[in-house]
Design a protein around this ligand. Structure first.
Ligand code: DHB
Length: 391
């Protein structure tokens, strides 16, 4: 097999990239270790930055998102049993909050790419990048037990944190920056009615909780927990108890409970690999950087990477200009570090960290109160929430 751009990974980075390359007249093939069903059903975060919503529409993928997504003018922050509305739309000149889950985005992207005749090979194993420091890189893998190779002009590791992409950059040439948080998130899906018209991020009593939504009948909620905890320790009653405590107010509001049909625990990590490029290999999305989920930047950052990469590839293939490809890593990392900062800020401000001093805990509540009282602080949060401009 041969293609211009070989992509490992059919997540947001790989799929958006193949669609953007197709629009620019550049061929690509995606390989993916999971089945199509696994990719389409894994539950992840749900907030799209404003420009991602526009990009979906530009690519002709907006129809179901506009019909089934939820548009909020702001978010609610809560502490001391009080709620504060952050008017994201008003603070950003009209950009609101779109809740449309990642796996729904992926379904739309996969359907669109296949409808174009694009190749996505699901369920392959042993993906490996070869000769990435030469002019003829390739991707080796096995399909149904038989070895195959895709010869490429360029290769992309859109293969997540545990994929082979990052490891294909020699360890001596990369620097990894990491922070592990001493808490995780327990996420649930429940059949319950909407309890509040926008997302609530709260830091109260035992720490963080997030109230989000999936549809008028299905709600998504998270609570801070020990990352090493066993989900078996969390009965539905205990989960509701904690949600009631952390989301509780004194104004008569009630949280609507319902049957929980999905639950799981994820750890929280910040991670950046520099550089994001080596020879003809480019990293995009989680293979190069991880953010903790507070603020839902993961998917949005992955799409930002491949927007930069697709423009650089277009300059190379159409105009024989290498400079944008050479600047890919530096251009992405400027934006990545700002999203890392924002995700870290939201995470530290909104969680109870038993390893911190009481002094630091107080500072986090001062940060929250600053968003309530300072328009500059609220605007900074809002600008980051809807997505920073590309410079
Ligand atoms: C969701 C997840 C997030 O991390 C977030 O900040 C907001 C919403 C969600 O899954 O709905």
């Amino acid at each position: 097999m041969r293609t211009q751009v070989g992509i490992v990974g059919a997540g947001p980075a790989g799929l958006f990239l193949s669609l953007l390359l197709h629009r620019a007249g550049i061929e690509s093939i995606i390989i993916e270790s999971r089945s199509r069903r696994d990719v389409e059903e894994t539950v992840r975060a749900g907030v799209l930055e404003h420009w991602v919503v526009e990009l979906m529409q530009e690519l002709g993928l907006g129809e179901r998102m506009l019909r089934e997504g939820h548009f909020h003018s702001g978010i609610t922050l809560q502490w001391n049993r009080e709620r504060h509305h952050v008017d994201i739309q008003g603070l950003t000149g009209g950009k609101g909050v779109t809740v449309y889950p990642q796996h729904e985005v992926l379904k739309d992207l996969i359907a669109a790419r296949l409808a174009q005749g694009g190749e996505i090979l699901f369920g392959v194993s042993g993906a490996a990048f070869r000769d990435v420091d030469t002019d003829h890189p390739s991707i080796a893998f096995s399909r149904d037990g038989a070895p195959e190779v895709i010869a490429c002009d360029y290769v992309v590791g859109a293969d997540g944190f545990h994929g082979p992409g990052r490891q294909a950059i020699p360890a001596s040439l990369r620097t990894e920056y990491q922070k592990i948080y001493p808490f995780g998130w327990l996420g649930i899906l429940t059949n319950a009615k909407l309890s509040w018209p926008e997302l609530i991020y709260t830091n109260q009593q035992d720490g963080f909780a997030l109230l989000s939504t999936r549809s008028p009948e299905v709600q998504r909620m998270y609570i801070q927990c020990d990352p090493a905890d066993d989900i078996a320790n969390w009965s539905d009653a205990r989960i509701w108890d904690q949600l009631q405590i952390r989301l509780g107010t004194d104004d008569g509001w009630t949280l609507t409970e319902g049957p929980i049909f999905q639950k799981g625990i994820i750890p929280l990590r910040s991670f950046v690999c520099e550089p994001m490029q080596y020879g003809r290999l480019f990293l995009a999305g989680d293979s190069a950087h991880i953010v903790p989920p507070t603020g839902a930047k993961g998917l949005n950052l992955a799409v930002a990477d491949v927007l930069v990469l697709s423009r650089a590839m277009e300059a190379q293939f159409r105009h024989n200009r290498r400079d944008l490809l050479d600047r890919y890593s530096a251009a992405c990392l400027r934006r990545v570090w700002k999203a890392e900062r924002f995700s870290w800020y939201m995470t530290t401000m909104l969680h109870k960290n038993l390893h911190e001093t009481d002094f630091e805990q107080r500072i986090h509540f001062a940060d929250l109160d600053l968003v309530r009282t300072s328009e500059a602080s609220a605007r900074s949060l809002a600008e980051n929430y809807v997505g920073l401009p590309f410079d």
